[in-house]
Design a binder for this molecule. Structure first.
Ligand code: C5P
Length: 235
């Protein structure tokens, strides 16, 4: 069975992370570690995930001058992370700096760029001086990131179809905001089912609460794995 879920370990510390990974077991091979957990217990959690044979998506959304990002990416590589995130608004030299760190270390780690945070709307864009409509900005930044060495993008399930058609099959497209049909959407506003996200061209699905808050986490993950595999089979 193909596994395309990345479970968001949105927990406060290493103990909770370990318990979640143990109870999900073979249901999930890939985990997202974001700022909350990384700042609390980062190195210990990353070590634990590797010891458990899991892949790591380190979601730190780096955004700084090119040299600083290049060096931060180099530091991330010592944890053997599989994917890590940067902001594409750092522009071409910063994206190239991140890609250079990967190349010089001869690493297989994929740099994923964030385009426009899905928490931003058009009026937020105006506030920060961006005059493009959000969808055009997403597309422009997506192209910029990939052209400068990012291996893929984090994007909403509502953007993935257009980005896949514009960027072609190579970039890794990772989509949060995924909810099984009938599931509780929580604070997510624009959601897609796992099957739809895959049909639209998503490579991996970030799924947090539908698994983390399930009574049987393994069963919740396996139900999504089955839906994903049915969608893959129909492509
Ligand atoms: O619990 P849920 O499935 O909504 O978790 C989704 C994860 O993906 C969270 O860690 C959230 O911060 C992250 N994320 C998101 N939407 C984005 C980018 C990241 O939900 N646009």
């Amino acid at each position: 069975m193909e596994k395309r879920i990345i479970t968001a370990l949105d927990v406060p510390g290493a103990k909770e992370a370990y318990e979640a990974v143990k109870s999900i077991g073979a249901g999930v091979d890939y985990y997202k570690v974001g700022l909350e957990l990384f700042i609390a217990d980062g190195p210990a959690v990353l070590k634990m995930l590797k010891e458990e044979g899991k892949k790591i998506f380190l979601d730190l959304k780096l955004h700084d001058i090119p040299r600083t990002v290049e060096r931060a990416v180099s530091s991330c590589l010592k944890y053997d992370v599989d994917m890590l995130t940067i902001h594409s608004t750092g522009a071409s030299a910063m994206i190239q700096g991140a890609a250079k760190a990967i190349k010089e270390a001869n690493s297989n780690t994929t740099i994923l760029a964030v385009t426009v945070l899905t928490s931003l709307d058009q009026s937020d864009m105006t506030d920060i001086g961006v005059t493009r409509v959000v969808s055009d900005q997403v597309e422009a930044l997506g192209k910029l990131a990939v052209a400068n060495g990012a291996g893929g993008l984090v994007c909403s399930p509502k953007e993935v179809k257009v980005l896949r058609s514009v960027l072609g099959p190579a970039p890794v497209l990772v989509t949060p905001g995924v909810r099984p049909a009938g599931g509780d959407v929580g604070d997510q506003k624009r959601v897609a089912t796992p099957g739809q996200a895959i049909l639209d061209g998503s490579s991996y699905l970030v799924v947090g609460r539908p698994i983390m808050e399930a009574v049987d986490k393994y069963a919740a993950a396996m139900a999504i794995n089955e839906e994903v595999n049915a969608a893959l089979a129909s492509l």
